[in-house]
Design a protein around this ligand. Structure first.
Ligand code: AMP
Length: 424
């Protein structure tokens, strides 16, 4: 098996898959210092399709799991299908057409509108309709949300506190290419006031399984302040997502999504990550992603009791309905340790010590390099520390304490991840 990616998400996948009795050999491209515990790292970029193809053939890879969105949006799955000597190798992750659910906000809004999936009211505008966009803003109320249509490394969403600010930003996005090509089309969307959570689905295109829910923390600062990051922590389950709420999510959102993909003739084998807003207990879709979340995967995987490889084979074979797993009743809490300065500029190459002093949490490497005891930082998000405990409180205490045990110069982590959820 080959996993594409190098973050904490891929570490959690590697950890989980390495427990499968059916796994003969695991490779991670490119992986990090931590994934080397669970398999063999291969120095190939997830977007270098030719190099991946060569490796897959040379190493008799039988299944490929794609971690991040970029290779999917760029068509890694289509690449495999279009090469006769690779087309028999299943790829977990949608083809380009399905990846548009994440690759284009306008596409995903149209998809939701077409299939009656609840989401915020919206309109899309480009250079030819900029004036209409400015006029549309006059008909809306602040706060209002502007979204660059394309992938913008998590930065393309602006929540504007006044219509005047929104007008300025709309001009900057469309006319001045604030997010490059990604903002040549902009979705203007009503602001949803509620609590956010994520629901994860694994599908073979016909059958699906709901995976555990999670809540993530995106801001750099405690109390959800400061700049947005790739993610500073997560908790699974989201305690406010009770069965009644999850039933609404399944009936109003998950089922119509799977059916909608079928009706539209879009094949889909892989994960669907549904970002939701609970507005007064009613779920609305904020976004689709076409892969698992990071750091949500680090909280979700430890709660899946069963063989992940068996589930992925079910996706590949189209018989996911014949595979099963159960979900642990425990709570998982993940705290991400980052390099000082992140999400702005930060230094790398700092020696990381005391990793082995963590005894009661899982340590998932992200931006790390090196071998054995000699591990250095190599990215903004360096590690994720996940504790799984009977109660939310114990999981939060343990993961926060264990994140404190690991040391490198300039290290930072949030000490408040998940504590806001204790009141639910
Ligand atoms: P997205 O990339 O679409 O998930 O947007 C990034 C973040 O912006 C989300 O996780 C939300 O926190 C916020 N956001 C996006 N759309 C809305 C909305 N319509 N109302 C409120 N917040 C939103």
């Amino acid at each position: 098996m080959l996993i594409l990616g190098s973050g904490g998400r891929e570490s959690a996948f590697a950890w989980k898959l390495s427990q499968s009795k059916e796994l003969a050999k695991l490779y991670i491209a490119p992986g990090n210092a931590g994934t080397a515990q669970f398999g063999t790292n291969v120095n190939i970029k997830p977007t270098d399709f030719d190099a991946i193809a060569q490796f897959v053939k040379a190493s008799d890879i039988e299944i490929v799991l794609v971690g991040p969105e970029e290779p999917l949006v760029r068509g890694v799955h289509d690449y495999f299908l279009n090469h006769p000597d690779l087309s028999h190798v299943p790829v977990i992750g949608p083809q380009k057409a399905g990846a548009q659910l994440e690759g284009s906000k306008d596409f995903s809004k149209q998809f939701m509108a077409r299939h009656g999936i609840p989401t915020a009211a919206y309109r899309s505008f480009d250079r030819s309709s900029l004036d209409a966009g400015l006029a549309y803003l006059d008909t809306r109320q602040a706060p209002i949300v502007l979204k660059a249509d394309g992938l913008a490394a998590g930065k393309g969403v602006l929540i504007c506190q006044s219509i005047a600010e929104a007008k300025e930003e709309l001009q900057a996005m469309i006319a001045e290419a604030k997010f490059g090509e990604a903002s040549s089309t902009v979705v203007i969307e009503d602001f949803l006031d509620g609590i956010e959570l994520s629901v994860f689905v694994l599908t073979d295109g016909t059958n699906y399984k709901l995976l555990p829910s999670a809540k993530d923390y995106k801001r750099i600062g405690e109390g959800d302040t400061g700049l947005n990051t790739g993610g500073m922590g997560s908790v699974s389950p989201a305690p406010f997502a009770d069965q009644t709420f999850l039933d609404k999510v399944e009936n109003r959102i998950v089922l119509p999504t799977i059916e909608g993909l079928k009706k539209d003739g879009i094949p889909y084998k892989g994960f669907i990550f549904i970002g939701l807003m609970s507005v007064g207990g009613e779920p609305l879709v904020v976004e689709y992603n076409v892969r698992m979340g990071d750091p949500e995967t680090q909280s979700v995987m430890p709660r899946i009791e069963g063989d992940l490889l068996d589930l992925l084979q079910g996706v590949a074979n189209g018989d996911l309905d014949r595979r099963s797993f159960s979900v642990s009743g425990k709570t998982a809490a993940t705290v991400v340790i980052v390099s000082g300065g992140y999400p702005g500029e930060y230094e790398t190459g700092k020696t990381i010590s005391n990793i082995t002093s963590v005894k009661e949490s899982l340590v998932f490497h992200a931006g790390t390099t090196g071998e054995g005891e000699d591990i250095q930082t190599a990215g903004g998000r360096v590690m994720a520390v996940t504790a799984v405990k009977d109660t939310l409180f114990d999981a939060l205490q343990q993961s926060t304490a264990d994140a404190g045990r690991i040391y490198f110069e300039g290290k930072y982590f949030r000490r408040d991840i998940g504590f806001d959820l204790l009141n639910f």
